[in-house]
Design a protein around this ligand. Structure first.
Ligand SMILES: Nc1nc2c(c(=O)[nH]1)N[C@H]1C(S)=C(S)[C@@H](COP(=O)(O)OP(=O)(O)OC[C@H]3O[C@@H](n4cnc5c(=O)[nH]c(N)nc54)[C@H](O)[C@@H]3O)O[C@H]1N2
Ligand SMILES: Nc1nc2c(c(=O)[nH]1)N[C@H]1C(S)=C(S)[C@@H](COP(=O)(O)OP(=O)(O)OC[C@H]3O[C@@H](n4cnc5c(=O)[nH]c(N)nc54)[C@H](O)[C@@H]3O)O[C@H]1N2
Ligand SMILES: [Mo]
Length: 773
């Protein structure tokens, strides 16, 4: 057994979330990124009426509030973009791609901002400078040479503003395909596919105003202290008003326990904090469906008792009668449902389920929020639909203080989808595009993310274009995805910083550097704003404030327009005119989407405008014209069940989540402060009793091997076992290090989302052990 020095430090975090610890981290980050003095002031303009939209997350702001809303991870995101470090052509001249591939993801991003477009040269295995026009000519040559436009695929990560996204989908559809994989496919796709069946639209029904009125909040599978820190400010206010907050999560996330608000000086000075959650329910991984169904069943039982006692019904019978269909069948299904199955599948004891049901019944205005803890599972769509059912039982949708609140990730992931970055476009949208732009849009559905990878492997896709993101690392089955990208004739990556996707490339390859949202975007001397839509359907304008990282950057809009011009010419659409004036793109957006009427005028107002969400107003755009109760059965034949039948209790379920110091695949640092992990990322959280059962000890190093029904060996080696408060049979670790464990075809039913939070794995003692052991 190989022994080396101990790495990292595990030390439980004892304080409230945020507070001084967060401020200290901010200072460290600004220094580490060598952010220049001039760019500091940018931070004060984050999410202000005359400032830019934070590229950190999709949580909305109070009317782009007048007070500075402090957010540690927002600062990290801005500082990362405002870094004074640069990756110039001389950097590429000094390193072969093979050499760069040996660097960690952390090191790659730390080199700083990309400054110039570069093209891959196979003779030297290096990237060389290329003129922008030559880069677009290369893309056009490849695209025009394809016998079928469906042999190209266009990935979009969710930072792209509405204008660039709209132009890109117009170009790609005129070129002839609907191949639009996007980060959403790996993220909230089950929300977007699940909610239309129940409430008619795949978006949340609440706004921030509802948070002011809610008396009960159910937070499913989210870690807001890390991923949506500004949400904690909202939860703090709810808690102070006396609202009941329940966290439903296999982990007791520290940030949902106590919070010190950096926006409130008194709290900071007195080192005081606010308790956030008053109740923690810890289902096992993937146990939420059974848990939610159990609460619904309990509600029926409690309602029976209330009616028998001559009390008022606990259901909103008027809402059910006026606004919904399918309730009787749903209720029958709940009555027929076996309790033991729900207990076994949820992993939650019956008394806790009953307590949760009481909280739900007591709530007069209930909001439920959810994140990746619900979406990245095989049964994610059914789970979200069951949650919708539960909310409908008491009329908690479409009234003040109540509703459905999916919390999105990337700052414009919702807007990109609204703009048509969608591999399964609706007919009405395509009809409208056809009418407004006078062309025949492709009607066949395109490939999503997982399907694109498979198509690349099968030789059906030859050109990959990535508008942002880090496709190679964000996707599952890493070695397979690498093979897929390397099988392409051309890969193009539009990016702000170097990442592994740039090094895992096709025969021809381009890296195109672009402006970040924090930077001034001048077109013909006029500063341009871009619009984004947050998680609560607010659309607002964002103006960059910082000097661009290089004179040779193009905006995403300009890149799209010039690529389109080079490929299709400007006979039908004047692409370059669009790129010269983003307001003209907004004029066209309004012609395609009725909800964007008077777009330029409405978005010019501070705070922007709210896009109408029909379900919020109890208008149900479903097949029946009503909100629909959907029958969903507990799935007891999942890959996890099958693997457990084979391996018994040794088989563990692994979830892969974010540490505090990362933004998806971008690693800012090596700590996960609130979970008490410092200086390392290769950890795996495990229950104490499972350690005993497996004959392993806290602090030993293990390898993980996933269990799947093919002959491929998927493994991730050398992870430190950390004893943790996590349900039995469950493991937790970070992505992207663990993505190689996720089989490409292990996806959510009906959504295609990789099951990143429920991977069947076996642990093996690693050959590597540190001397501390
Ligand atoms: N600083 C920072 N901010 C970010 C991001 C980032 O990486 N860094 N990423 C952005 C993006 S794209 C997104 S999508 C969001 C993601 O934000 P979150 O949705 O918070 O994402 P995760 O960290 O992946 O996991 C969330 C939680 O799910 C829990 N969980 C895991 N499995 C289950 C389960 O089976 N049931 C339940 N109930 N809970 C479970 C985990 O314990 C964890 O607390 O954040 C966005 N904001
Ligand atoms: N195992 C596992 N895998 C997951 C997840 C998980 O929880 N577990 N989460 C999934 C989720 S929710 C998501 S959303 C995806 C994220 O997948 P992606 O969106 O593909 O990944 P990111 O890491 O956000 O992308 C980071 C890169 O974006 C580029 N970038 C940053 N800002 C800009 C910009 O303004 N413009 C352009 N053009 N480029 C920019 C930088 O070069 C940076 O390297 O990952 C998914 N993968
Ligand atoms: Mo996401």
């Amino acid at each position: 057994m190989q022994k080396t020095k101990p790495e990292g430090r595990i030390e439980p975090y004892q304080h409230a979330a945020a507070g001084w610890g967060a401020l200290k981290q901010v200072a460290i980050n600004l220094v580490r990124e060598k952010v220049s003095g001039g760019n500091y002031k940018t931070l004060l303009k984050q999410n202000q009426p005359d400032g830019f939209d934070c590229p950190g997350c999709a949580w909305p702001d109070r009317e782009h509030a007048s007070t500075f809303e402090f957010c540690e991870n927002g600062v990290k995101a801005v500082a990362a973009e405002a870094t004074s470090k640069r990756v110039r052509p001389d950097f590429f001249a000094a390193h072969t791609v093979a050499e760069l591939l040996t660097q960690s993801d952390y090191e790659l991003e730390q080199h700083g901002r990309l400054t110039d477009p570069v093209v891959y040269d196979s003779a030297s295995d290096k990237y060389l400078p290329i003129a922008w026009d030559d880069a677009f000519a290369l893309i056009a040559r490849h695209l025009k040479a394809l016998p079928d436009p469906n042999q190209a695929t266009f990935y979009v990560s969710g930072r792209t503003g509405n204008e660039a996204a709209f132009l890109l989908q117009l170009f790609v559809r005129m070129y002839g395909t609907n191949n639009f994989p996007d980060c959403s496919n790996m993220c909230h796709e089950p929300t977007s596919r699940g909610l239309p069946g129940t409430v008619g639209i795949g978006k949340g029904t609440v706004t921030l105003e509802d948070f002011e009125h809610a008396d009960t909040l159910l937070i499913f599978g989210q870690n807001p202290a890390t991923n949506h820190p500004r949400m904690l400010g909202e939860l703090r206010d709810c808690a102070k008003r006396g609202a009941t907050i329940v966290s439903i999560n296999p982990l007791r996330e520290r940030g949902l326990e106590r919070f010190t608000s950096p926006s409130h000086p008194m709290e900071m000075l007195t080192n005081s904090s606010t308790s956030i959650s008053s109740m923690f329910v810890q289902p096992k991984l993937s146990g939420d469906f059974a848990l939610i169904k159990a609460v619904a069943k309990r509600l029926v039982e409690r309602d029976d008792a209330a009616l028998a006692a001559g009390e008022a019904s606990l259901l909103d019978r008027e809402f059910i009668a006026t606004h919904t269909t399918g309730y009787e069948a749903f209720e029958q299904d709940l009555r027929a449902q076996d309790w033991d199955q729900l207990l076994a599948e949820s992993g939650v004891p019956r008394d806790q389920i009953e307590a949760l049901a009481e909280v739900y019944i007591r709530g007069q205005k209930v909001i439920c929020t959810w994140g990746m803890g619900l979406t990245q599972h095989k049964g994610a769509v059914a789970t979200i639909q069951m949650l919708s059912n539960l909310m409908m039982m008491r009329g908690n949708i479409g009234r003040l203080g109540a509703g459905l609140c999916p919390v999105r990730g990337h700052s414009n992931v919702q807007g990109d989808r609204t703009m048509g970055i969608e591999e399964k476009p609706a007919k009405a949208f395509l009809d409208r595009m056809q009418k407004v732009f006078d062309f025949e849009p492709p009607r066949a559905h395109g490939y999503d993310t997982v399907e694109s990878i498979q198509a690349m492997l099968d030789g059906k896709i030859k050109v990959f274009f990535g508008m942002g993101g880090n496709f190679a690392m964000a996707t599952p089955d890493t070695p397979l995805t690498f093979d897929a990208l390397r099988a392409c004739d051309l890969t193009v990556q539009v990016a702000t910083k170097l990442n592994r996707s740039h090094l895992v490339h096709g025969k021809d390859a381009l890296i195109l550097p672009t402006l970040g949202r924090t930077e001034i975007d001048l077109q013909q001397g006029v500063p341009q704003g871009v619009t984004v839509e947050d998680s609560m359907s607010m659309v607002h304008l964002s103006y960059g404030m910082n000097t661009p990282a290089s004179d040779n950057l193009l905006s995403e809009t300009a890149i799209t327009a010039r690529m389109a011009h080079a490929t299709l010419g400007s006979g039908k659409v004047d692409w370059l005119a669009y790129a010269a004036d983003y307001a003209s793109i907004r004029d066209s957006i309004e012609k395609v989407f009725d909800d964007f009427h008077d777009f330029n005028a409405r978005v010019a107002k501070p705070g922007g405008f709210h896009l109408r969400v029909a379900s919020r107003e109890r208008e149900w755009r479903t097949a029946s014209g009503k909100a629909q109760f959907l029958l969903r059965a507990v799935d007891t034949d999942t890959p996890i069940h099958r693997a457990r039948a084979k391996y018994g209790e040794r088989l563990m379920t692994l979830m892969t989540a974010r540490s505090h110091d990362q933004y998806n695949t971008t690693i800012y640092g090596m700590d996960d402060r609130y979970r008490g992990v410092f200086g390392l990322r290769r950890v795996v959280f495990i229950n104490k009793e499972d350690l005993q059962m497996l004959g392993l000890r806290n602090g030993q190093w293990v390898d993980m091997v996933s269990v799947w029904d093919d002959d491929v060996e998927r493994r991730a080696d050398r992870f430190l076992l950390v004893e943790y408060d996590i349900p039995r049979g469950c493991l937790g670790s970070y992505f992207p290090e663990t993505n190689g464990l996720i089989p490409l075809h292990s996806t959510a039913d009906g959504a295609g989302t990789p099951t990143s939070k429920s991977i069947p794995v076996l642990l093996q003692l690693s050959d590597y052990q540190s001397s501390a052991e």
